[in-house]
Write a protein that binds this ligand. Structure first.
Ligand code: SF4
Length: 276
């Protein structure tokens, strides 16, 4: 279920509620638009309109939870992911404030392990993130080398893959781990040799890798791989003893999977919301 909330200044804030058999997850936004311009992302085409306040971030949770309960939705909302509009590390102060509220037993009471913040890899903000929140960290990698990553993720021009890896290794506290997200694009980053490169990159870090067939996005050249190529990639990565999961974007049917929260056209509008 896709939610579009209108803030007091008219800004539109998007979230997606993704019910599953075992848990219901809410994907929330941290900014209106985004400045990071990833090639596969609808939001990246908008540019940054403005930051969301901590109040506007947690209001997405409050209103979605109320809507879901009013519909008699099951299971109850249990997980929060910052994978909607915006790069959370570009609004880190408000994101950390929101996480404190979401994980405070006197407020929302989510376990920190059920809150995940996904970044494109703004490496110099990692120490502040780890110091400020116990939430899970996801890093969107999406390519096995700098040349290809730079082609689809401009952030790589500022923080190379080596710099990102070094920052994770240096700043990640004991007992924490990172989830690497690797979106597969047909013929671009999905060869078995690319799995070898990816395995070499993550080896030695406490991590898991989520492999995600891409959603159709703004660049028509970036298409999902065939099931056979997906399977071959995952098998090769697993052969390196890397903990690998395949995530099939469950928000796809409403165009609300990662990187798609920009086209405000097929939405459930929560009337009269008081976001902001
Ligand atoms: S993928 Fe995330 S960081 Fe990249 S443009 Fe989209 S919203 Fe911004």
């Amino acid at each position: 279920m896709r939610l579009l909330l209108r803030a007091r200044d008219g800004a539109l804030v998007e979230s997606v509620l993704i019910p599953g058999p075992a848990r219901t997850t809410l994907c929330i936004s941290s900014q209106v638009g985004c400045a990071r311009a990833c090639a596969f992302c609808e939001t990246g085409r908008l540019g940054l309109e403005r930051q969301l306040s901590a109040g506007e971030i947690v209001d997405q949770v409050r209103l979605a939870r109320a809507e879901w309960a009013a519909l008699g939705g099951e299971p109850a909302l249990s997980n929060i992911v910052f994978m909607g509009m915006g790069e959370p590390f570009d609004n880190l102060g408000e994101v950390l404030r929101a996480i404190r509220l979401l994980t405070d037993a006197r407020a929302f009471g989510f376990a920190p392990s059920r809150v995940t913040v996904s970044t494109v890899g703004v490496a110099d903000k990692l120490p502040a993130f780890f110091a400020g929140a116990r939430a899970e960290l996801a890093v969107s990698l999406n390519a096995p080398d700098d040349e290809r990553r730079r082609a689809i993720m401009p952030v790589n021009a500022r923080f190379s893959m080596a710099a990102l890896r070094e920052a994770i290794e240096r700043s990640m506290p004991q007992g924490r781990r990172v989830l690497f997200e690797y979106v597969l694009f047909d013929g671009f980053n999905d060869a078995p040799e690319d799995a070898d490169l990816l395995a070499a990159y993550v080896r030695g870090l406490r991590c898991r890798v989520n492999v995600i067939p891409c959603n159709p996005g703004p660049d028509p050249r970036l298409r999902p791989p065939s099931p056979e190529r997906l399977e071959a990639f995952v098998a090769r990565l697993s052969s390196h003893e890397i903990t690998t999961l395949v995530r099939r974007p469950r928000g796809r049917d409403v165009g609300g999977a990662c990187g798609q929260l920009a086209g405000a056209r097929r939405l459930v509008v929560v009337q009269g919301s008081d976001v902001g």
